[in-house]
Write a protein that binds this ligand. Sequence first.
Ligand code: FNR
Length: 181
Amino acid sequence: SHFKIGIVVGSLRKDSFNKQTAHALIKLFPQEFTCQFIDISALPLYNQDDDSHTPSSVIDFKQQIKACQGIIFVTPEYNRSIPGVLKNAIDQASRPYGTNAWNEIPAGIIGVSIGNISTAIAQQHLRNSLAFLNMPTLNQPECYLKWYDGMVENGQFSEKTATFMQNWVDAYVAFVKQNNQ
Ligand code: FNR
């Protein structure tokens, strides 16, 4: 069978290290997997008053999520948590109550930072929300990347990072298969 994986990037920055990492990441997947970026940049700010007339961009966003057999969050850490734009996207797709689009989709978390502890705290915060939203989430291996010059070149990981990331992808692939039986 075939598996569709949605990639949600937590940075809107054009040259985002997380975006570059996500593009290199998707090249490491086996043939029966298709990775598709799910854009969060045009979503409105969540407002519970809109639950009675959900904006069409949100309905479309939720449909894209529900069509996936897996979701990978590739996100920076902002002020020791996840960026507000990512939290907004998570909140948008979780509502109106009873229509949580994230439900039961196996998740993976990757984070790139320029800091020494990488995105460790942001990832733990993200895990809290994903647990509440009933997304089974890959626990090990964890993926905390510290950006360095040459980590991604011409859309591909350097040799040493490729080895590390292939190991992560292999574990996530097995996890997605296990959770889509
Ligand atoms: C940061 N950065 C950062 N890094 C980190 O390791 N921990 C943190 O808490 C923060 N906080 C933070 C807040 C804000 C508002 C910004 C703009 C940045 C630095 C961050 O790692 C760096 O900007 C990355 O380049 C962001 O990822 P992208 O946009 O390159 O994917």
